[in-house]
Design a protein around this ligand. Structure first.
Ligand code: GTB
Length: 214
């Protein structure tokens, strides 16, 4: 059955693989599933056709037969449950991997997204400097905790899993901020993930889409 995902027609991240379709592409590459990409131009995000796929008018979405999904975390979880390779078969290990998927999206990602909001949407506001320092401090607390838990391990909990896809992609949004460099074990964790052939294929595919659009 053909899998179709949506992505930006003109990626805001200029092919850096930071938009959330990258997580879905990466998961599909890890499980060896081919997929089509529907590139959605910015002006069509809030039109009926795309709102039918995602009521919030966002990418990514996922279509497979009569199933349509939105929310990158739910999509990656679906891929991991539908195809082997991204979740352990042992029930407890599987529950822990899913726990880490939630941790990436609900404990780590919010303050990292906040940092972008402060940087871009609150530019020029009188409070920007103060809020930026506060948000960066919140990020550092979380990264210290995460890095303490990761220690010298290769992946979050045993073998590479869907949780590592989400966590690494969430952390990558800090690239260029200088913060990741303060946590060498996290920087090494990201580098390890980026060296995976599936990651490279997914990255190349989204970069090619950006290059074709420019
Ligand atoms: N919770 C949803 C999910 O995980 O799927 C959030 C989806 C989302 O925010 N999608 C963004 C979108 O469609 C694109 S990825 N925005 C349009 C809208 O909300 O109207 C967000 C993104 C874009 C660019 C960068 N970047 O340049 O670093 C990073 C992330």
């Amino acid at each position: 059955m053909t899998i179709t995902i949506t992505a930006f027609a003109n990626a805001l991240d200029r092919g850096r693989g930071l938009a959330r379709d990258m997580r879905v592409r990466w998961a599909l590459e890890e499980v060896g599933q081919p997929y089509d990409v529907r590139l959605v131009p910015w002006e069509k995000f809030k039109e009926e056709a795309h709102l039918a796929r995602n009521p919030f008018g966002q990418i990514p979405t996922y279509e497979e037969g009569d199933l349509t999904l939105f929310e990158s975390g739910a999509i990656v979880l679906h891929i991991a449950e539908r195809f082997p390779g991204l979740l352990p078969s042992d029930a407890n290990a599987r529950a822990r991997a899913i726990m880490w998927m939630f941790a990436a999206l609900s404990t780590i990602e919010p303050s990292i997204v906040d940092a972008d909001i402060v940087e871009y949407a609150e530019r020029g506001k009188s409070w920007q400097g103060e809020r930026k320092a506060m948000v960066n401090e919140r990020i550092r607390v979380r990264l210290s905790e995460l890095s303490a838990r990761l220690g010298d391990a290769d992946w979050l909990d045993g073998d590479f899993s869907a949780a590592d896809i989400l966590m690494v992609h969430v952390l990558r949004r800090l690239e260029g901020s200088g913060i990741l460099e303060e946590y060498p074990s996290l920087a090494a964790y990201i580098a390890r993930a980026e060296a995976r052939p599936a990651y490279r294929r997914a990255f190349a595919a989204q970069l090619a889409a950006w290059e074709a659009a420019t």
